[in-house]
Design a protein around this ligand. Sequence first.
Ligand code: ADP
Ligand code: MG
Length: 339
Amino acid sequence: MGRIIVLDENTSNKIAAGEVVEKPASVVKELVENSIDAGATSISVDIKNGGISYIKIADNGIGMDEDDVEIAFERHATSKIKRAEDLDSVITMGFRGEALASIASVASVELMTKTAASAYGMYVHVRGGVLQDVRQTGCPVGTTFIIKDLFFNTPARYKFLKKDSTEAGYISDTISRIALGNPNISFKLTNGKTPLIHTPGNNDLKSVIYSIYGKEIIKNLVHIEYADDKVKISGYIGKPEAARSNRNYQSLYINKRYVKSKLVSYSVEQAFSSILMKNRFPFFVLNIDINPILVDANVHPAKIEVRFADESYLSRTIYMAVSNALTTGGGLFNPVSVP
Ligand code: ADP
Ligand code: MG
């Protein structure tokens, strides 16, 4: 007799959760990205015990339809793509339809949501992948998730959680990164009664940098703005005196998605090579917009790595744009073509 079986859905969700939900900050990342995809202009996050016992995320986005609130918790359930071809042009943060199913399989998840078109909101409670409750409720337009008891049914994962303060730090880093990539959205993070982050949502990147890094850095920023027919680069780079001892102060957004790219870091650093000492790394917050056809965002489940179609063009362009901003003190740079 054969020994192979197909795993039941709850088991395969728990396995998928192992990749998507590593720590409380991963829950925050996934849910905040959903809020952004829902068009929210204001997103507030409250946590207790570093998010281990409690995370609440409230947005003023479009909300969810009554017909969608249960299916949203199923694996591969998404409103963002319909077919594989859509992957080539995906502009939303999410598209795998895995986050809610994964989170709900390893925690208690309560959802309250309402669309503008509906007279009432919906409440849904799923715990450990099992539906506990669905009913109508009164609530404002938008969506609120409350996550409790993370990893209550996966003791091995629970054991690897760090101190509350460390997990809170990861959440704070996550919100900072997302806030820097979305200056048009106001983000608020509180830990118990302590306010940690509050960005204005006034579409001014400099204000976000100020909210997150404080006023010292503001004095040492060079504005960068470059556009040709293939790429657009904008943001701020720190003058050499604002350089740091590691790359934690480099934030890169490709088509609004936070990613890490050695190619981009090295290209920026190349422009600093004659003015920075070894082991000093430039501060930057850069937005690069490229035709989605030329970027593959689908290479890693955490979606933090990307691949570019024409790496050497991008590398040269970044080098030129940064070098130019550094020598001219910033501003618009728009050459006819980059050699
Ligand atoms: P994905 O984001 O990859 O589509 P998720 O599991 O994160 O998958 O979410 C499933 C679906 O639930 C989304 O496609 C979206 O339709 C809906 N959804 C989740 N969060 C929100 C939210 N904050 N506001 C509105 N709709 C949401
Ligand atoms: Mg999502």
